[in-house]
Design a protein. Sequence first.
Length: 213
Amino acid sequence: MKTFKFGDSKIYLHNNDLPPNIEKPKSIAIDTETTGLSLKRDRLCLAQFAFPNEECHLVKFDKDFNHNECKKLIEILSDKSIVKVFHYARFDVAMLNKFLDIKVTNIFCTKIASKLVRTYTDKHGLKDLCKELINVDLNKSQQSSDWSAKNLTDNQIKYASYDVIFLLKLKIRLEQMLERENRAHLAKSAFEFLPTRIELDFLDWQDIDIFTH
């Protein structure tokens, strides 16, 4: 395990799994880095986990890793009592489901929440949300990066951690806005539909709206 510190956050880098003695939180922010954006072609390279106490754990996966090696990771992701916060959960959850052979539930997606409540804009990227809602200017220069490299650079580690450490704060802010606009129930229903939406993606209904005429 390697340890880094960026700002107020401690960053821990692990290989293939979280440490077995890690305490399960009530909520956790999650992101993934992959070799690309295809659910069929590309593979999972890194998973980032931010805990409420300014603690971030990065799990780097070997190319030939077996999901049976990821016991603690699977235990946490499969725990229905833990709220898992993502930005664009549709892709991240699909990758986790595929490569860890699990079904992630109890999801909160900041992108879906943003689209439901920030109807005054069409900018729903993580950088946009952080800038407007919590006054944080994210550096996205490592967005296109070789995450399958044997050794990650400090810039990659910093970028990966910053993609999750603000999600829990964004969740709180977006929940307040959803309640204010009486749309919290819509968000909850949309989050609960995500496993079905992901199953449709895997069955090649990615670009088809089944609700249109």
